[in-house]
Write a protein that binds this ligand. Structure first.
Ligand code: F0G
Length: 352
């Protein structure tokens, strides 16, 4: 069947969008990749699946929410959208605005977004403002601007963003035939854990799945306001996508955690980077550092004895590794530079 994007495919679960207002890049329908080698190493006896959101049109899960938010903005007659972002939201906003013939304004923390994401916002023609502050500063600014001026806010405080992102949970259930035992994902502004939980509940209510998963969210240690129980004024982490000190969906993330019988914990930058390399090396799946917080979380939970034999564990890999080439290069063995000489090549390759 021809894939038509999440709005048309899952129409019965969404606020109706007039057909001529649907702004889509055919997002969604991303693969749920079995990760048996990873499971053997980090949680023997379980089944691990990677929901590879890096294969969305702009390379992250944000496209699911952005197709809804921009379509509804178009339906309301808006001609511009605005967001704060650690990078991926701005990339998606810029692309969907281009598709819709709208103007995008994006506010990003200066020097703290991955290169690929910045290039996306720029090439799609967004007006990019680099704020000498962090994501939380940028988010307060765009909230205020959108209250006072005629521009539509497309951060996840816009309910259509969360609505669209529910489709990730629908796809997991469609692929597995039911919800998994655990759903694991990184937590930044906390919209995605909120959306997945809402999606699992919606599917369960209409009998499309028999059970509900436990939601396991993971923050980076230097940016873990939910775990620590207070906002963090100066969040830090190598996983710049989740470098957030005061998440907008804080309360609903806690509700997802509590209603599902799950947990929200934290992992160090070292643990995130180890998981980032491990999934790339053992499964051939390249995600960005923030995405690997979910894998790092599974490693941690497994060491604590959380999982039982036969558990199914789905990790959302939220963004593509190519978004952040600098970190990939920094974490890998440098290439060998050498003359075009057979003897030297075979020696370095270990054949002689
Ligand atoms: N992973 C990636 C790759 C992200 O870009 C984000 C959020 C998250 C995880 C966390 O998701 O915010 O729903 O809890 N990125 C936002 C942005 C903040 O601006 O691109 P969340």
């Amino acid at each position: 069947m021809h894939w038509e994007g999440i709005i048309r495919h899952y129409a019965r679960f969404f606020t109706p969008v007039p057909d001529d207002c649907v702004v889509t890049l055919l997002e969604g329908n991303t693969p749920l990749i079995p990760a048996p080698a990873l499971a053997r190493v980090i949680a023997p006896g379980t089944e691990i699946f990677l929901k590879y959101e890096g294969l969305n049109p702009t390379g992250s899960f944000k496209d699911r929410g952005m197709t809804m938010a921009v379509s509804m903005a178009k339906a309301s007659g808006a001609d511009s959208i605005i967001c704060a972002s650690t990078g991926n939201t701005s990339a998606a906003a810029a692309a969907y605005a281009a598709r819709a013939g709208m103007k995008a304004f994006v506010l990003i923390p200066e020097g703290k977004i991955a290169l690929g994401k910045l290039s996306q916002a720029m090439i799609h023609g967004a007006q990019v403002l680099q704020i000498l502050g962090n994501f939380d500063d940028a988010l307060s600014l765009v909230c205020e601007v959108s209250e006072k001026y005629p521009v539509t806010l497309v951060n996840s405080v816009n309910p259509y963003r969360i609505e669209g992102q529910k489709s990730g949970a629908f796809e997991v259930c469609d692929a597995l035939g039911d919800a998994p035992t655990y759903h694991v994902l990184p937590v930044g502004n906390a919209g995605n854990i909120t959306a997945y939980w809402a999606g699992y509940k919606a599917y369960h209510e209409v009998g499309k799945s028999a059970r509900l998963p436990r939601m396991l969210g993971w923050q980076a240690e230097g940016s873990a306001p939910i775990v620590r129980g207070h906002a963090i004024a100066k969040p830090e982490t190598v996983a710049t996508a989740i470098r957030i000190g005061n998440p907008a969906s804080w309360k609903s993330a806690e509700a997802a955690r509590d209603e599902s019988g799950g947990s929200i914990g934290m992992v160090s930058d070292a643990e995130i980077l180890e998981a980032y390399k491990l999934v790339a090396e053992t499964e051939g799946v390249f995600c960005e550092p923030a995405s690997a917080a979910s894998i790092a979380g599974v490693i941690k939970s497994s060491k604590q004895g959380l999982f039982s034999k036969g558990d199914s564990i789905v990790c959302t890999l939220t963004g593509h590794g190519l978004k952040d080439p600098d970190n990939a290069i920094a974490q890998s063995i440098a290439p060998v530079t050498m003359p075009p000489n057979m003897a030297d090549v075979v020696r370095v390759l270990g054949f002689s």
